[in-house]
Design a protein around this ligand. Structure first.
Ligand code: NDP
Length: 341
């Protein structure tokens, strides 16, 4: 009998499409979940663009906010990648809009995976679930041993959603009989080729930037991950032995809004005058945040550098990281190829 398909939740997502392509290229069958079945053909086309044959790709309909469909989606599954979670470019007024699907959706997936007898679920978390728990000295490195404290003031609903969902997954696995093993993949800000026009926040940022919406940039920095490294990390984490309970920081190098703009300007000189021209003094950002509430979420990050190590992912998952510059360059070029910027 052939192996059951690997289930990938949120198959319509930017990262999930790359994960699915990676799994198909490796010869696995994949069952992708989506909440809107009309997007199935778009996913098939996207993975084909990524060099994969979609013949072994099937779909199941399920929403993170409802119990319906998850048992069918996970039936027979041994291995699951849970990637679906809201990643809005603008933070919602009601934090539960993102926290509920992230936490309750993760638990729905894990309960259905347990009923199906799955042996391992790889959960897409984020570096935001690592970096906001403790403040380190400049010479100390963040790593997988650091956990964001979700009760800390000033965290965005999205950041809270990621740490709450990750903790819920590990807790479920620890306390539920016959629960699957859990491995978390914690990527930085993910860049790389957009496979279609259904854009993630990663790429929407450039669409806004290309309209000149950021004449200047706040002094914020974030770790960057290449989507191919993120996809490989998920695929490797499914099958390598002795990974239960582990988390993996997937990022190489850092950038900021200004740095992203510089790469866009370098690769697409016609957009150079749309990129941020300079970095705003922190005091100016604080003043602007009084009238623009989107700015408030970044106030704790102004001027911060997050120095980190990705040694564990290199050693355990065999990831040879692409550079941040390469990842961002590929985002920009793919958006131009699709005439989106
Ligand atoms: P996308 O916005 O492209 O994908 C999000 C996916 O989640 C989509 O498939 C979306 O489905 C699905 N989703 C959202 N809400 C629900 C719901 N209620 N029920 C079912 N599915 C839902 O984002 P990314 O690909 O960038 O992100 C994927 C994952 O990676 C997320 O968990 C995100 O937190 C994480 N991540 C992303 C990073 C990045 O920089 N992009 C960095 C670190 C982690 P639909 O198409 O129907 O909206």
């Amino acid at each position: 009998m052939s192996n059951p398909p690997i289930v990938v939740t949120g198959s319509t997502g930017f990262i999930a499409k790359h994960i699915i392509a990676e799994l198909l290229r490796r010869g696995h069958a994949v069952r992708g979940t989506l909440r809107n079945v009309s997007k199935a053909d778009d996913v098939r086309r996207a993975v084909t663009r990524a060099g994969a044959d979609p013949a072994a790709l099937t779909f199941a309909v399920a929403d993170l906010l409802s119990d319906d469909g998850w048992d069918d989606a996970l039936s027979g599954a041994q291995y699951v990648i849970h990637s679906a979670s809201p990643f809005p470019i603008q933070q919602p007024d009601n934090p539960d809009d993102v926290i509920q699907p992230a936490r309750d959706g993760t638990l729905r997936v894990l309960k259905a995976a347990t009923r199906a007898g799955a042996s391992r679920v790889v959960v897409t978390s984020s570096t935001v679930a690592i970096f906001y728990g403790v403040t380190k000295r400049e010479d100390e490195l963040y790593s997988e041993t650091d956990f964001t404290d979700e009760t800390r003031d000033g965290l965005t609903p999205y950041i809270r959603s990621k740490i709450i969902a990750e903790k819920a997954a590990f807790e479920f696995s620890r306390t539920t009989p016959n629960a699957p093993e859990i491995v978390a993949i914690n990527p930085g800000f993910v860049h790389g080729p957009a496979l279609d026009a259904d854009l993630s926040t990663s790429h929407e940022l450039f669409v806004l930037m290309a309209r000149g919406i950021y004449p200047a940039a706040p002094r914020i920095r974030f770790p960057v991950a290449h989507v191919h490294d993120v996809a490989i990390a998920h695929a490797e984490a499914l099958f390598r032995p002795n990974l239960n309970g582990q988390r993996y920081l997937i990022a190489e190098g850092e950038s900021g809004l200004y740095g992203l703009g510089q790469i866009m300007a370098r690769e697409l000189p016609d957009l150079a005058n749309k990129a941020p021209k300079f970095e705003l003094p922190d005091m100016a950002v604080r003043a602007l945040s009084v009238v623009d509430k989107r700015m408030r979420t970044i106030l704790p990050e102004l001027g911060q550098h997050k120095r980190f190590t990705n040694a564990k992912a290199r050693a355990d998952l065999g990831i040879a990281f692409h550079s941040a510059d390469d990842a961002v360059r590929q985002s920009v070029l793919s958006l131009r190829e699709r005439k989106l910027i």
